[in-house]
Design a protein around this ligand. Structure first.
Ligand SMILES: Cc1ncc(COP(=O)(O)O)c(C=O)c1O
Length: 407
C-alpha cells in the first residue's frame, strides 16, 4: 500500500466540523459539585470496551448499561427514597400504579391467592380483578380493622396493606396483620403513600420492630410535592425480593426520565416540612369539620373516634404523623346533586385527583359502589386533600360553600 493510501493511526486530530460537534476534542473536567446532582438523560450508555460490555451484570446496584435501567440521576433518587423509607434497595417506576402493577406481576402466579383490604386504592383492586380473569389469580377482601377476617389458605402468596386506607382513611391493624401474614409465610406489601416514610418506618414499626417485606410509594404525592410529576417506588430490605422486582422491571421495559427524577430530588429536602404543615392544616380542618351539622362522620385517623384510631396510635404514636387527607360523610338527607353543588361552589379547593401538592383538592365519592365488606358508611363522601394554603382561607372556602348548600 502506498504511503498516501495508508489510513492515519488516529483520525481524531483531523475530522470535519460536523463530526467534531458530535465528538468534541475537549472534555470538561469531572469533579464539579453543587447542591443538586447532575441530570443525566440517556437511552444509549457507552461502554469502555467490549470486555466491559460483556461483563455487564444486571444485578449490579448501579448498572450503567442502558438508560432504561438507570442513570446516575435515577440511582441518586432511588438511594434517597430507600433512605426516606428506612429500606436498603429501591426501584423506580413511572407512576405509583406502575409500581403496584410491577409487584403484582412479579410475585403472583396462576393459582395463587392474594388478600386485599376492603379500602384498598381502587385501581389496584381493578388490576387484581383483571389478573383473576386473565391468569386465574384468586383474590379475597379483608376488613383492615379485623385481623380475623384475613384467613389465608396455603395458596395465599401476598397480602396488600394500606395505612391509612384510601378515601375512608381507616388505619388498619397493621401489627396484627403483619404478624399473621409472617406466621403464614405470606409476602407483606404496603402501599405507603400516605405515611410517605414520615408517619412511620415500614421496616421497623411499633414497639415490636415489625417490618413489611416491600413498601410501595406513589412519589407523585409528597415526594414530588408539586403535583407535576408522576412516579412510584418499590423499597425492600431483602436482596432476593429486590432482584425479583428488578428482573420484571427490566423485562417489562419500565424506566423513568432524568428530568422527572431531578424534580423529585429537588423536592425531597422540604418533604418533612411540607408533610408536617399539611398534617397540621388537616387536623385544624378536621376539628372544624367535626363541629359542622351537615356531616354524619369526619374521617381522619388522629380523631379519637376514628375507625382504627388506636392502631394509628400504636404505629404512628412516636411521629404523631397523619398526612394531609380528611374525608367527610354528608348526612343521608343530602343528595348526590347537592354534594356535587357543594364541591362546585368551592373556590380555593379544586376538583381533581391525587394529593401532596400545594393546591388543596376535593373529590366526591359514592361509597356503596366502593366497599364490599364494611358498608357502615351510607351517603356521599367528600375527600379533601390539603395543600399549603393558609388554613383560615380553606375553612372560609368550605364555610361559604356549605352556606350555599343550606340556604
Ligand atoms: C394510595 C395510593 N396509592 C397509589 C396511587 C397511585 O399513584 P399514581 O397516581 O402515581 O399512579 C395513588 C394515587 O392516587 C394512591 O392514592
Amino acid at each position: 500500500m502506498p504511503d498516501s493510501a495508508r489510513p492515519k493511526t488516529s483520525i481524531l486530530a483531523d475530522i470535519h466540523a460536523s463530526t467534531r460537534l458530535i465528538h468534541p476534542n475537549k472534555q470538561v473536567p469531572e469533579g464539579f459539585r453543587g447542591v443538586q446532582p447532575a441530570v443525566y438523560r440517556a437511552s444509549t450508555v457507552f461502554f469502555e470496551s467490549t470486555q466491559a460490555m460483556r461483563q455487564r451484570n444486571w444485578q449490579d446496584d448501579y448498572d450503567y448499561s442502558y438508560g432504561l435501567h438507570g442513570t446516575p440521576t435515577t440511582y441518586a433518587l432511588a438511594d434517597r427514597i430507600a433512605a426516606l423509607e428506612g429500606g436498603e434497595y429501591c426501584i423506580l417506576a413511572p407512576s405509583g400504579l406502575s409500581a403496584i402493577s410491577l409487584v403484582n406481576f412479579t410475585f403472583l402466579q396462576q393459582g395463587d391467592e392474594v388478600w386485599l383490604p376492603d379500602n384498598i386504592y381502587g385501581p389496584n383492586k381493578d388490576l387484581i380483578k383483571q389478573l383473576k380473569a386473565q391468569f386465574g389469580i384468586e383474590y379475597y377482601l379483608y376488613d383492615p380493622l379485623d385481623v380475623s377476617s384475613f384467613k389465608p389458605t396455603p395458596k395465599a402468596k401476598l397480602i396488600w396493606l394500606e395505612a391509612a386506607g384510601s378515601v375512608t382513611l381507616e388505619f388498619p391493624d397493621l401489627c396484627g396483620l403483619v404478624k399473621k401474614a409472617q406466621a403464614a409465610n405470606i409476602l407483606t406489601v404496603l402501599d405507603n403513600t400516605w405515611g410517605a416514610g414520615l408517619a412511620f418506618c415500614p421496616f421497623d414499626f411499633s414497639v415490636e420492630h415489625l417490618s413489611v417485606d416491600i413498601s410501595v410509594h406513589a412519589l407523585t404525592k409528597y415526594p414530588s410535592g408539586g403535583a407535576d410529576v408522576l412516579m412510584g417506588s418499590m423499597v425492600t430490605r431483602q436482596r432476593k425480593l429486590h432482584l425479583a422486582l428488578l428482573r420484571t422491571h427490566a423485562l417489562q421495559g419500565i424506566g423513568i426520565g432524568g428530568d422527572d427524577a431531578e424534580r423529585i430530588i429537588r423536592s425531597l429536602p422540604s418533604i418533612q416540612l411540607r408533610y408536617a404543615q399539611q398534617d397540621d392544616n388537616t387536623r385544624q380542618l378536621a376539628d372544624w369539620l367535626s363541629q359542622q351539622d351537615c356531616f354524619a362522620h369526619v374521617l381522619h385517623p388522629a380523631l379519637p373516634d376514628a375507625a382504627g384510631h388506636a392502631f394509628w396510635q400504636q404505629v404512628c404514636g412516636v411521629s404523631n404523623g397523619a398526612a394531609g387527607l380528611v374525608s367527610v360523610l354528608f348526612k343521608p338527607e343530602f343528595s348526590l346533586e347537592q354534594v356535587d353543588a357543594f364541591c362546585d361552589a368551592l373556590q380555593l379547593f379544586k376538583l381533581g385527583y391525587s394529593w401532596g401538592g400545594p393546591v388543596s383538592l376535593v373529590m366526591p365519592y359514592q361509597l356503596n359502589s366502593m366497599r364490599q365488606i364494611s358498608p357502615t358508611y351510607n351517603g356521599v363522601l367528600v375527600r379533601f386533600c390539603i395543600g399549603l394554603e393558609h388554613i383560615e382561607d380553606l375553612i372560609a372556602d368550605i364555610n361559604q360553600a356549605l352556606y350555599k348548600l343550606l340556604i
